[in-house]
Design a protein around this ligand. Structure first.
Ligand code: PMP
Length: 388
């Protein structure tokens, strides 16, 4: 007899995973544009710091909230970037990636049955994590006609006494959009009226291509209810190190840390020392990576403009373009499957990010310029074949 709990089987299958498996099965010369992580190596000085920490015996459990030096570095960075004063001991908990930060935050604040509002298209793990925390994920579809701009009214309509949190991801995965500050402010002010938390997922904060990106904490005044999630994964090309953090009010940080202590004890000590080097060391690798992503983004957007029947808004951040393909036949999953099976390009169907993504594909530009160019050549060939 096998006893598998329904919470482990309730998940909808991830549309990104489906494409990944189809691609693995198919093999051959594929252009992988479904990837959700930087194609750069972790900076050398970060690897050196990890090696040194391991060799010098920093290989034991740490405090559940993380090593004090790293918490201090994170608090200082947050204070510098937002003008809000964060205390390392009270306001920062280090976690195993942004994923754990999100899960602990949701588990710490949501009672069973509470709502978690998720503007969509959105990263699919929010829905899964809200469910695991016993809460009800409530997708709030944004309008494709407005380029998936954050529409405060749609969110405010759904706020109630049962709302535990609203998750705002800026820059967004999958659209690459940086939300308008006034729109965010409206949502934050409305959430405050219901004592609902706002979770700001800002893992792509350093990968923005304009000059005007600011963290939500810097332009809203809701320190009692704003939780910021960040990590080394995207900023420092460190997805495999599993190192992130949660920053917010003392009671939530303390509750989230206790939950983390019961599940993982603490994040990897070696990864914490690596993160300390990443956060406090030279930032040139980040600037170089951002410059490369910007160049690829510009190429991709300009190239898409030349291809009839498809379009995409210019992403402000992250490394994704959300391509409208509704003029090609079938659902976005159909289009993604044809693009893979007949043209060898792997993408993620927009519906992997919620129903609001129907008619779209997410293209990642975390790949070399040559591969992106080849991927777009193949996309252009598909459009030509299907529309002529
Ligand atoms: N939030 C968003 C929006 C993401 O895209 C990702 C990674 N794909 C994460 C969080 C998770 O990041 P981490 O690797 O730090 O757990």
């Amino acid at each position: 007899m096998t006893r598998i709990a329904s919470r482990a089987t309730d998940f909808e299958r991830s549309g990104i995973r489906v494409m990944f498996e189809l691609a693995e099965e198919q093999g051959g010369d594929l252009v992988r544009l479904e990837v959700g992580e930087p194609d750069f190596d972790t900076p050398e000085h970060v690897i050196d710091a990890a090696e040194q920490s391991a060799r010098s015996g920093e290989t034991h459990y740490t405090s559940g909230a993380g090593i004090p030096e790293l918490r201090t570095a994170i608090a200082e960075r947050m204070t510098d970037e937002t003008g809000v004063s964060f205390d390392p001991e009270r306001h920062v908990s280090v976690t195993s990636g942004a994923m754990e930060a999100l899960f602990l935050a949701l588990s710490a604040i949501a009672e069973p049955g509470d709502d978690v509002l998720i503007p969509t298209p959105a990263w699919p793990n929010y829905r899964n994590q809200a469910r695991l925390a016993g809460a009800t994920p409530v997708p709030i579809p944004l309008s494709a006609d407005d380029g998936f701009d954050l529409d405060p009214d749609r969110i405010i309509e759904q706020l109630s006494q049962d709302t535990a949190a609203v998750i705002l991801t800026t820059p967004s995965n999958p659209t690459g959009q940086v939300y308008d500050e006034d729109a965010v402010r409206e949502v934050v002010e409305a959430a405050r009226e219901y004592d609902a938390f706002v979770i700001a997922d800002e893992v792509y904060d350093r990968l923005t291509y304009g000059d005007d990106y600011r963290r939500i904490a810097s332009y809203t005044d809701y320190s009692e209810g704003l939780l910021t999630v960040d990590s080394c994964s995207k900023t420092y090309a460190m997805t495999g190190w599993r190192l992130g953090w949660l920053v917010g009010p003392e009671d939530v940080i303390s509750a989230a840390t206790s939950l983390g202590e019961s599940t993982t004890a603490c994040p990897s000590s070696i990864a914490q020392h690596a993160a300390l080097a990443a956060v406090t060391g030279p930032q040139d690798p980040v600037h170089e990576m951002r410059a490369a992503f910007r160049e690829r983004r510009n190429y991709l957007v300009n190239r898409v403009e030349e291809i009839p029947h498809v379009s995409c808004p210019r992403p402000d951040g992250a490394f994704y373009a959300f391509l409208e393909v509704s003029e090609l036949g079938g659902t976005s999953a159909d289009v993604a499957e044809r693009l893979l099976s007949e043209y060898g390009v792997v993408t993620a169907p927009g519906t992997a990010f919620g129903d609001a993504g129907e008619g779209y594909l997410r293209l990642s530009f975390a790949n070399s310029m040559e591969r992106i160019e080849l991927g777009l050549d193949r996309l252009a060939a598909m459009v030509e074949d299907e529309r002529n």
